[in-house]
Design a protein. Structure first.
Length: 277
């Protein structure tokens, strides 16, 4: 999407109107989830762009196209906060768009998800959800949480250290299956290494029981074999009701016996349909 760009007018392409321009911002082809980004953009009917395809002028975001600059109204970002705008966050980022935050703060572009929502990915926050639900809604959650030990609390840390070979231990800010220990499948060296990490920085970890993930038939090199899977339905919460879309994401651990389904760790996916809503 490279083209010679002249200075755009503030009045062209004009205001959003009823047909906003939406783009999906990807880190690029070397990202482990790039296929997913490409697939989503195709199915959503929006442009797949990298940071170099966008620029900011007069607090407006534009996309470079072969027909000249085009105003962008909504960015579905698949880039972490730190890399979004080198003028505000990491100055060495080549993935983001210089000036993007100024356009965002001026209300000229919508970012989904908004900057800062990554706090919900902090795995320690998960352990507080029952209390949060009860505080705001005055009721207990219908679905129970997976038991979670916050290693920042001394009694929790002591339990985890005593049962390290039975638990899954995760970094509170971790993602993609990195920085975790699956106790029942870890060797003595891995257990010893994680034990040292826990003692050095306990607040950085949570622990949970090892869950028995379901398996399903999967095509692998040796033929058809069982592989562990997990299911992520897509639920949209609107002003009037909650919608469950007729599809989902089934993630597959392609390595025999593995419980790690993340694409960054060699996991795969299966087509999934929701037949009855």
């Amino acid at each position: 999407m490279l083209a010679t760009v002249s200075r755009p007018s503030r009045t062209i392409p004009g205001s959003t109107g009823t047909e906003p321009t939406v783009v999906l911002l990807t880190p690029g082809v070397y990202n482990s989830a790039y296929y997913e980004h490409s697939f989503l953009a195709d199915k959503l009917g929006v442009e797949l762009v990298e940071g170099r395809d966008l620029f900011v002028m007069d607090e407006l975001v534009y996309m470079r196209t072969t027909e000249g600059p085009k105003r962008v109204d909504v960015i579905y970002r698949r880039i972490d906060d730190d890399f979004l705008d080198p003028l505000v966050f990491r100055a060495d980022s080549a993935l983001g768009v210089p000036g993007l935050m100024s356009a965002y703060q001026a209300g000229n572009v919508t970012l989904a998800n908004a900057v800062g929502t990554g706090i919900a990915d902090d795995k320690a926050v998960y352990s507080y959800m029952p209390a949060i639900v009860e505080f705001y809604l005055g009721a207990e959650p219908i679905l129970k949480n997976v038991p979670t030990w916050r290693c920042r609390e001394p009694e929790h840390a002591a339990y985890v250290l005593d049962h390290l070979d039975e638990l899954v231990v995760k970094e509170v800010h971790g993602s993609g299956g990195y920085g975790m220990l699956i106790g029942p499948k870890a060797d003595k060296a891995a257990l010893a290494s994680f034990r040292a990490k826990l003692k050095t920085d306990p607040k950085n970890f949570i622990a949970q029981p090892t869950l028995a993930l379901s398996t399903c038939p999967t095509c692998v090199e040796e033929g058809v074999a069982p592989r562990h899977v997990d299911l992520r339905p897509f639920v949209l919460t609107g002003r009037d009701r909650i919608r469950i879309v007729p599809g989902g994401l089934t993630r597959v651990a392609l390595t025999k016996g593995s419980l790690v389904v993340n694409s960054s760790q060699g996991g795969g996916t299966k087509d999934t349909w929701v037949l009855d809503r």
